[in-house]
Design a protein around this ligand. Structure first.
Ligand SMILES: Nc1nc2c(c(=O)[nH]1)N[C@H]1C(S)=C(S)[C@@H](COP(=O)(O)O)O[C@H]1N2
Ligand SMILES: [Mo]
Length: 173
């Protein structure tokens, strides 16, 4: 019965293969959930939420009524179509109460946006540029866009600085 004599070492081999396979699955899962977190917008601060945060993936954003801004911009050539959701509608949907948004991006850039801008201008949280989803590691997942061509006030540097790309966090204060 040489087969039985070999069985324990074969079982041991199977256990190692199984363990390595399980670890690689776990690693893949952790890696993909980190990526997913990067690709969404987290709104916290003075909002209406059970656990203090509301998340928007690009898919969630695309499910809301879209607004197109057709404008020139300092970052694109010629008339560009930015598609997104009106910032004032997003703020209303989370019941934001406050005067300022503290915005942060994947690249570490941060800027403060007065909430009054969202009432004055039809500004959007954009997720598409000329019909294509904003590319990760470039401008995606989200980009704050003002209707630059609609009002010469918006040519000011401060509005360009508030046009944060790679946006992933808004804190309402
Ligand atoms: N994520 C992110 N958004 C950003 C910036 C940045 O460095 N990172 N620069 C801001 C500033 S200060 C300005 S004036 C405008 C234009 O930047 P640019 O002239 O470098 O294109 O984008 C704004 N949005
Ligand atoms: Mo700037």
């Amino acid at each position: 019965m040489t087969n039985i004599a070999k069985l324990p070492s074969f079982k041991y081999y199977l256990q190692i293969v199984g363990a390595v396979f399980a670890i690689s699955l776990l690693t893949a899962h952790v890696a993909s959930s980190n990526e997913t977190e990067e690709l969404q917008l987290t709104i916290t601060g003075n909002i209406q939420s059970e656990n203090g945060a509301i998340y928007f993936s690009p898919g969630d954003m695309a499910a809301s009524t879209p607004t197109d801004i057709v404008t020139t911009s300092p970052w694109t050539s010629g008339k560009t179509v930015f598609r997104g959701v009106l910032l004032r509608d997003i703020l209303k949907s989370v019941d934001a109460q406050g005067t300022v948004l503290k915005a942060s991006a994947v690249d570490g850039y941060t800027v403060e946006i007065p909430i009054s801008d969202a009432e004055k201008f039809d500004m959007i949280i954009a997720y598409r540029l000329n019909g294509v989803a904003l590319e990760e590691d470039v401008y995606g997942p989200f980009w704050i866009i003002y209707p630059y061509d609609s009002d010469e006030t918006l040519a000011q540097e401060k509005y360009h600085a508030r046009s944060i790309w790679q946006l992933t966090k808004l804190v309402v204060e």
